[in-house]
Design a protein around this ligand. Structure first.
Ligand SMILES: [Zn+2]
Length: 322
């Protein structure tokens, strides 16, 4: 091969430089997309890395179920969390979901109620809620269709919200609802619907196909929490006691309750109360609840799927990593 001329040497150097530049750029781009995908599948227990995502970007991991509970724990429970920067109203309900037909419901849209409550967000501390599980403690399928469980706060809404927002490292202290309805009808979102709120301890829902409960903790009885959406009504001031009755709830609370329950798409036979599912013998809430008023108002609300209670199963690649 003859020696290269100066011109050929310069051309070769330029070509080599361009080739190196291309390799550097391609590598950098691959690294960047690698980081983005890592964010999309990483453990939601690490909120800091999610903060770079746009506030309304619902990454696939944030609504993903956990596979199964830990059989024994020697360390504090792993915390699941939702990055506050990702929280918006659409975290709690997705707007514009089409109405779903419900047997026996009014079918004339003109007859639907136009009631719309004030909504606010007070995200619970991540120690007070967890992921929904695909499998129970023993590795058996944990799926049941969603149920709505109604509660009352007994104390004021403010004290309940403060409690949920306070870290509780001990399992025995952890409690939460998904949503709370104040005396004036304001709907306060506390836990995203695709997460497991700790609303009922020892509990069983008796449905058309029998008893439904899921054991998710080695030291506690099975409960409905894995498939429940918990809603609590603020108790009137004369109900801050353990007695069996009080003066009841406001019409604004019943209207807001009907409004939000209709958005879960959960049919009436799967709407229940803490006192019904409780197996501890200690729960009697919600006391003084007017079921006929609630059902009448529920009939006047269009049923939708704006509140998605189920979490999304992990992808095949995520399952392999378990
Ligand atoms: Zn309760």
């Amino acid at each position: 091969m003859p020696p290269l001329t100066m011109k050929e040497k310069i051309s070769a150097a330029i070509l080599l430089f361009a080739l190196c530049l291309t390799i550097i750029l391609v590598t950098a781009q691959a690294g960047q997309s690698g980081r983005v995908s890592a964010n999309e599948v990483e453990n939601p227990n690490q909120p800091s890395s999610l903060t770079s995502l746009a506030p309304n970007n619902q990454s696939s991991d944030s609504r993903t179920c956990a596979l199964k509970p830990e059989k024994s724990r020697t360390t504090p429970p792993s915390q699941t969390t939702v990055a506050p920067s990702q929280i918006s109203l659409s975290t709690f309900r997705q707007f514009g979901s089409p109405s779903i037909p419900v047997i026996g419901q009014l079918i004339n849209p003109a007859s639907f109620s136009s009631y719309t409550p004030r909504e606010s967000i007070a995200l619970a501390h991540p120690t007070n809620y967890g992921d929904r599980f695909l499998l129970d403690l023993y590795g058996q399928p944990a799926y049941h269709p969603p149920v709505v469980v109604l509660h009352e706060t007994v104390g004021s809404a403010g004290s309940a919200i403060n409690y949920f927002r306070t870290p509780h490292p001990l399992d025995s202290d952890q409690v939460s609802y998904h949503t709370l309805i104040k005396r004036d009808g304001e709907v306060v979102y506390l836990v995203p619907p695709y997460k497991r709120a700790f609303g009922a301890g020892d509990s069983v829902f008796v449905g058309a196909s029998g008893k439904e409960a899921v054991k998710t903790h080695p030291n506690y009885p099975p409960s409905v929490n894995n498939f429940a959406y918990h809603i609590s009504l603020e108790t009137p001031p004369d109900g801050s006691h353990n007695g069996s009755r009080h003066s009841g709830y406001t019409m604004a609370q019943y209207q807001s309750l009907a409004w939000i329950v209709a958005k879960t798409g959960v049919p009436a036979p799967r709407i229940t109360a803490h006192k019904v599912v409780d197996r501890s013998g200690q729960r009697q809430d919600p006391r003084s609840f007017d079921n006929s008023t609630f059902l009448r108002l529920l009939q006047a609300q269009p049923m939708t799927k704006e509140i998605v209670i189920n979490c999304q199963p992990p992808s095949q690649s995520e399952l392999i990593n378990y």
